[in-house]
Design a protein around this ligand. Structure first.
Ligand code: UD1
Length: 419
């Protein structure tokens, strides 16, 4: 298993370019199934979860032509709507294949999806099943798979009891090929959902309310396909901004959209972190004393749960106490134990709330990356720790951050990948 060895304390500086958004790439790849015409995807991040999604397309019978940051997908030859159990079981975003397969073929068979386990009972898919049923699908379950069948999807009114990114995107995709009008209520509003909905509109579907909690979709029978440029990854951009503040470095983050990080940048102002934004970049300047500022994770445009782990690390270097309230997942604060092993002062009140007191010196440690966002956070912790940090199970980080070691090295970090 690969690992990273990090010698802490190097000063970082320079420019780092943000890659395409993982959480959009993982939706537009399966969305290619909605149309039998080929789609070209540009600004595609070269990450493990994208590789897995493209493998899944191929395992279904689709054709993929790939260069490192783009691909063309032709799904005209897909005949089979059964997801490979082994592949799909390896990553959570395999669930994104279910709606487009159901919408195009009237049937889909899939295992419970894998990926980061962040909730006490794993990550549920009840919203998907309820949504499919609302479109008229019949749901059955055998030992290993869910089987969803609906020769015709019928437009419906569906209310999401929990605001969910992937469930919103999935029901949007069903609605595109459903007969009649669908009204989706209490939708998630993430920029990646807006980008997907805008693309589907360009491809001929009528969608109103994009970017609001209620979307109304008029289904059509044939969806076109064209070129799709993946928007920049706001989570990667935010992580790099936090890294710059944490390491007290001057770093310019390019190819990003600062408007998608409004809440983080507002909080930076409160913390007296010095930065400047332009249309597609954020430059962070070294700030000696960082003020504490509490956060509560929330669906967009609130504080993203995916930035909570690096922000919690930043709080260990702020001058005072910070309350971190994680509302989305109940296992997303467990990694704070590892920060405590490194010297942090973090007290857990309950699975959703911790109090961080800073600033504390961190010391190198041997750690295992538990999941994607905690994994990148441990790397950042290693950058400011005294001594050597070893992080095992870095596959978890490669799932979502392209070539992270080389990109951090280019800024001056002392990080080595050991295979
Ligand atoms: C997406 C993102 C992930 C991010 C998360 C929250 C992708 C590939 N992943 O994950 O990076 O952390 O949004 O911003 O886009 N839930 C249910 N039943 C369901 C589905 C979800 O109860 O059927 C719950 C989840 O357990 C969680 C909440 O809804 O508590 C939000 O999860 P959701 O938005 O669905 O997260 P994902 O879409 O899986």
């Amino acid at each position: 298993m690969s690992k990273f060895i990090i010698q802490g304390g190097s000063k970082l500086s320079g420019t780092i370019e943000v890659k395409g958004a993982k959480n959009l790439a993982l939706k537009i790849i399966p969305a290619s199934i909605l149309s039998s015409s080929p789609i070209t995807i540009t600004n595609l991040p070269n990450i493990e979860d994208v590789n897995k999604s493209l493998e899944l397309i191929e395992s279904l019978g689709g054709k993929v032509e790939r260069s490192s940051n783009s691909c063309t997908i032709d799904t005209s030859n897909i005949k089979n709507a059964k997801l490979d159990n082994h592949l799909a079981g390896q990553f959570r975003a395999s669930i994104m294949f279910t709606a487009p397969l159901l919408a195009r073929f009237g049937k889909v068979e899939f295992p419970h999806p894998g990926g980061c386990v962040l909730g006490a009972g794993g990550r549920p898919i009840d919203l998907f099943l309820d949504g499919f049923a609302a479109f008229g699908a019949k749901i059955s379950l055998n030992e290993r798979s869910y089987i969803i069948e609906a020769p015709i999807l019928v437009g419906c009114e569906f209310f999401f009891n929990i605001v969910s990114v992937t469930a919103t995107e999935s029901m949007l995709m069903c609605a595109c090929l459903a007969k009649g009008t669908t009204t989706l209520k209490n939708c998630a509003m993430e920029p990646e959902i807006i980008a997907l909905a805008n693309y589907l509109t360009e491809m001929g579907v009528k969608i109103s309310g994009i970017g609001s909690p209620t979307m109304i979709i008029e289904g059509i029978t044939n969806i076109n396909a064209g070129v799709f440029d993946v928007i920049p990854d706001r989570i990667e951009a935010g992580t790099f901004a936090i890294m710059a503040a944490l390491t007290k470095s001057n770093i310019k983050i390019t190819n990003c959209n600062p408007k998608h990080l409004e809440i983080l940048l507002n909080i930076f102002k409160k913390q007296e972190i010095v930065f400047e934004t332009a249309d597609t970049s954020i430059e962070i300047f070294p700030t000696e004393t960082i003020k504490p500022y509490g956060i509560k994770t929330h669906e967009y445009p609130g504080f993203p749960t995916d930035l909570q782990p690096p922000f919690t690390l930043l709080a260990t270097q702020a001058n005072g106490t910070t309350l971190v309230h994680e509302t989305i997942y109940d296992q997303r604060l467990l990694f704070t134990d590892m920060l405590n092993h490194m010297g942090a002062d973090i007290i857990t009140f309950d699975p959703h709330r911790v109090r961080v007191t800073g600033p504390t010196k961190l010391y190198g440690h041997k750690l295992i990356s538990p999941d994607l966002r905690a994994g990148i956070t441990l790397i950042l912790a290693g950058l400011i720790a005294t001594g050597t940090t070893q992080i095992d199970n870095i596959y978890q980080v490669d799932r979502g951050y392209e070539n992270i070691d080389q990109r951090l090295k280019a800024l001056g970090a002392n990080i080595t990948r050991v295979e």
